[in-house]
Design a protein around this ligand. Structure first.
Ligand code: SAM
Ligand code: SF4
Length: 375
């Protein structure tokens, strides 16, 4: 186990005008939150919270369809208020961003309540949701009213037959209609996530990109990760990021053009979006369209990792790619105060590894399936 720490943050320097119109400034030290820093000097600012490990889909790369996926019994699932207490403890350590995920988070009837609670936690400045989109027609309005601005919607294909095959349950028409509804309701940022798979959707990556761009949505393509002990991973389907870029450039760019990575200076704050995606553009296009690529396997981003995960039972997973988890819900149930909860979190961060051990052959995977922690 590697030592992790909460260290006092350096005092923020705030420029204050002395008198209205006066150019002189004074420096003021702001109260500094404690920071969560792992054993490799990476600062944790981002929390992914799985609200359930159940799903109305059975995506082939995410979960088995043979009943072998064990779900958390209802009585062991963290309640909205327990999750709120856990997230508030993270906020006190300097976490500012939260993503609600699953399983399928829209299966939780209290989802709008959870969103409203998380939005209200002091220090949390960004709340987002990952969903398969099947229930957005019913939920887009309530989620927007609860204060949600950002959505990632998973759409691996625009072909209804392929969609049914990859999700084993899904209704593409509902997902597309739900996505369009969200666009019209003024969500600030919608992203389309697709796992890129050779022999399944490699020929559709440009069409998915165009579909998203036409609606002001940012498309992102994800390399498949070998979760669930590699059981769901078919090496022949693995499509590396370099090939995804080549397919997109050939399908959408001028002859011979290549995707160009967005530098931080071109696009402050969204070059990496504070997350794992690297964003690219096509220089020949004079609009501001961009495409994200998430390449955990061939272009690992573990050195920049800024996140930890909470599963639906309130356990903290320091890494997606390893099975260690520490129970925080019991501490909340026992009435542990926020400071001690912060200490438990810092201790659990000691399990965070330097990097994953995924390989393109499907080895190096944790036992847990993606559905357990939500990606
Ligand atoms: N149900 C929601 C959804 O599908 O967006 C949220 C949970 S899902 C686990 C989160 C993301 O993980 C989705 O974009 C999904 O495509 C992706 N995902 C699932 N299994 C994956 C795998 N083995 N490799 C890469 N991405 C995966
Ligand atoms: Fe469900 Fe999302 Fe996993 Fe598909 S990727 S099975 S929608 S949790």
């Amino acid at each position: 186990m590697t030592a992790a720490a909460t260290a006092p943050a350096p005092a923020a320097r705030v420029r204050l005008p002395v008198l209205p119109g006066d150019a002189a400034v004074i420096d003021r030290a702001e109260p500094a939150p404690h920071q969560l820093i792992d054993g490799f000097a990476r600062r944790v600012t981002y929390l992914r919270v799985s609200l359930t490990d159940r799903c109305n889909y059975r995506c082939t790369y995410c979960m088995p369809d043979d009943g072998s996926h064990e779900v958390t019994p209802h009585e062991d699932v963290a309640s909205a208020s327990e999750l709120g207490a856990i997230i508030a403890a993270f906020a006190a350590t300097g976490v500012t961003r939260v993503r609600l995920t699953g399983g399928e988070p829209t299966l939780r009837r209290d989802l709008p309540d959870i969103v409203a609670r998380v939005v209200a936690i002091p220090g949390i400045t960004d709340v987002a949701l990952s969903t398969n989109g099947e229930r957005l027609l019913e939920l887009a309005g309530p989620l927007r009213r609860a204060g949600l601005h950002r959505l990632n919607i998973s759409i691996d294909t625009l072909d209804p037959v392929r969609f049914r095959a990859i999700t084993r349950r899904g209704n593409l028409a509902r997902v597309l209609a739900g996505t369009e509804l969200c666009s019209s309701l003024g969500f600030r940022a919608i992203k389309l996530n697709a796992v890129a798979l050779r022999g399944f959707n490699h020929d559709e990556l440009p069409a998915l990109t165009s579909w998203a761009w036409e609606r002001g949505i940012t498309p992102r393509f994800i390399e498949q990760m070998p979760m669930a002990g590699g059981r769901l991973f078919v090496p022949g389907e693995f499509l590396p990021a370099a090939e995804v870029r080549a397919i997109l450039a050939a399908g959408l760019g001028a002859p011979g053009e290549q995707l160009q990575i967005l530098r931080a200076d071109d696009d402050p704050g969204s070059h990496r979006g504070g997350g794992p995606a690297r964003y690219y553009l096509l220089p020949s296009r004079n609009d501001d369209t961009r495409v994200g690529i998430i390449s955990p396997v061939t272009e690992s981003f573990c050195d920049d990792c800024n996140r930890v995960r909470i599963d639906s039972a309130g356990r903290m997973h320091a890494c997606l790619a390893f099975d260690d988890a520490v129970d925080l819900r019991s501490a909340v149930q026992a009435g542990t105060n926020a400071e001690d909860l912060g200490r438990a979190i810092a201790h659990a961060l000691g399990d965070k590894r330097r990097g994953h051990e995924f390989t393109t052959l499907g080895c190096g995977a944790p036992k847990k399936a993606m559905i357990a922690t939500g990606g």
